[in-house]
Design a protein around this ligand. Structure first.
Ligand SMILES: NC(=O)c1ccc[n+]([C@@H]2O[C@H](COP(=O)([O-])OP(=O)(O)OC[C@H]3O[C@@H](n4cnc5c(N)ncnc54)[C@H](OP(=O)(O)O)[C@@H]3O)[C@@H](O)[C@H]2O)c1
Length: 259
């Protein structure tokens, strides 16, 4: 399904702003969930829905009439905020939909399946992003999950968009892959209108060479995710559901039941 009216979550961020502009350029109707309309600074043809993405009621309003969602929100201030923002916004949106179907593009990060305990980090950003991916896969919505490499670390001639699967790069440095912010925005928005992108999970990096005009062949070459699982098709099985917090399992169950 190709959506027409897209809700952007994280629209005021460094990727969100570019994604909003790309969606307008591609002719979509754009709505942005923002916490402060006076600070949003988005183009005039963006419809603003003012609300707090950590709250379910914000999505009940913001999703009225929307048939697509692009998630690019992210927090790094504390473990609680990462849960509330990176994971919580996805959870709240899916709960607010109560089974109504929309087309989803979710941005997480390259290396997301490498657990935070393995990086020895205290803020569990990867783990919460991975849990948000699982909610999307379990929801029965058509989706594309984009795990970008390091933002804007690319050389000027490093523009050839490249999709990987299996999330096997775990250096936690630009060695894992780099990509321009503008290209991340393009891939998220292109995915919405591309049947071949449906139900895929990919790592996004740029290699030396020119950017492609049409991404459909790249999406078509991907293996789709299995319909009966919660992880990306080639992801390492290293994050057992039995180890997940009770509240996450409850969210998964509620979202599955609403499918
Ligand atoms: N940097 C990299 O190389 C890299 C690579 C892969 C993935 N990532 C991931 O990309 C994400 C960063 O993307 P970005 O650069 O676009 O982020 P950003 O510029 O920091 O934007 C974050 C967005 O989330 C919103 N947000 C954050 N905390 C919020 C809160 N408490 N309540 C409501 N909204 C909140 C912000 O809203 P406001 O404008 O209102 O604050 C903004 O729209 C991170 O999660 C990171 O893990 C980064």
């Amino acid at each position: 399904m190709t959506p027409t009216r897209i809700l952007f979550v994280g629209a005021t961020g460094s990727i969100g702003r570019l994604a909003v502009n790309e969606a307008l350029r591609q002719g979509y109707q754009v709505r942005a969930l923002v916490r402060d309309a006076t600070r949003a600074g988005l183009p005039g043809d963006v419809e603003l829905s003012v609300g707090d993405l950590t709250r379910l009621d914000a999505f009940e309003t913001a999703l009225e009439g929307a048939d697509g969602i692009v998630f690019t929100q992210g927090s790094h201030t504390s473990a609680a905020m990462v849960e509330a923002v990176d994971y919580g916004a996805v959870r709240n949106a899916l709960m607010a939909l109560r089974g109504r179907k929309v087309r989803i593009a979710l941005m997480t990060a390259i290396g997301v399946t490498y657990m935070n305990s393995q990086y020895n980090r205290t803020i569990e950003a990867h783990d919460w992003k991975r849990r948000s991916e699982r909610l999307v896969r379990a929801s029965g919505n058509e989706y594309t999950i984009v795990r970008p490499g390091w933002f804007d670390y690319n050389d000027d001639d490093q523009r050839r968009i490249t999709f990987l699967q299996g999330d096997t790069r775990h250096n936690a440095s630009p060695e894992d892959g780099v990509v321009a912010r503008r290209q991340i925005a393009r891939v998220l928005v292109d995915a919405l209108g591309c049947d071949e992108a449906t139900n895929t999970t990919l790592e996004l990096v740029a290699e030396h060479g020119a950017e492609q005009d049409d991404l459909a062949p790249l999406f078509a070459a991907l293996e789709p995710d299995p319909t009966d699982g919660v992880d990306g098709v080639l992801d390492e099985d290293n994050f057992p559901l039995t180890d997940q917090p009770r509240r996450v399992l409850d969210d998964l169950e509620t979202i599955r039941r609403a499918r």
